[in-house]
Ligand binder design. Structure first.
Ligand code: ZN
Length: 157
């Protein structure tokens, strides 16, 4: 973790120690589980959709600091967003942590993950919650895994 610089590192540590929206959402309309076998990160993501809007979102699980902080910031970022906005943010986040996109002001807290692109082994930790989100939005009940990303990541290198 000494690799991540100052403020970004602080934000990630804060969210990993005190994750936001870390609870079971009893009135969730959809949920999905995610697992990253490379690191052992596991989480369940709960979403309450009202029409096309994410009116509430929460998660439970256990994992490394990066995966927990990522899920925590994901829930903060997506509450109140529409399905289309959430899908666009998935693409933005994915590009950010795979180094296709530099940190920009309009990324908000997501920018703290820009340093992850330098550590390919941690990319899956950072994207686990986002892949799980995609499963939730797609209504996919099979557990999300980060493994589907392999071919794509290798092609990018
Ligand atoms: Zn991890």
């Amino acid at each position: 973790m000494a690799d991540l610089t100052g403020l970004y590192q602080e934000v990630i540590l804060d969210h990993s120690k005190r994750p936001r929206n870390f609870r079971v959402l009893d009135d969730a309309t959809a949920r999905a589980e995610g697992y990253n076998p490379l690191c052992g990160d596991r989480l369940t993501l709960y979403v309450r959709l009202e029409g096309d809007k994410i009116s509430d979102i929460a998660f439970k699980g256990s994992g490394c600091a990066i995966s927990t902080a990522s899920a925590s910031i994901l829930t903060e970022t997506l509450k109140g967003k529409t399905r289309v906005e959430a899908e666009a943010l998935f693409e933005t986040f994915h590009d950010l942590v795979t180094g296709k996109l530099g940190a920009r002001d309009n990324l908000g807290k997501l920018a703290v993950f820009s340093g992850v692109s330098e550590f390919p082994a941690r990319v899956k930790c950072a994207t686990l919650s986002w892949h799980t989100l995609k499963s939730v939005l797609a209504g996919d009940t099979a557990p999300a895994t980060t493994e589907t990303e392999d071919a794509e990541d290798q092609a990018a290198r």
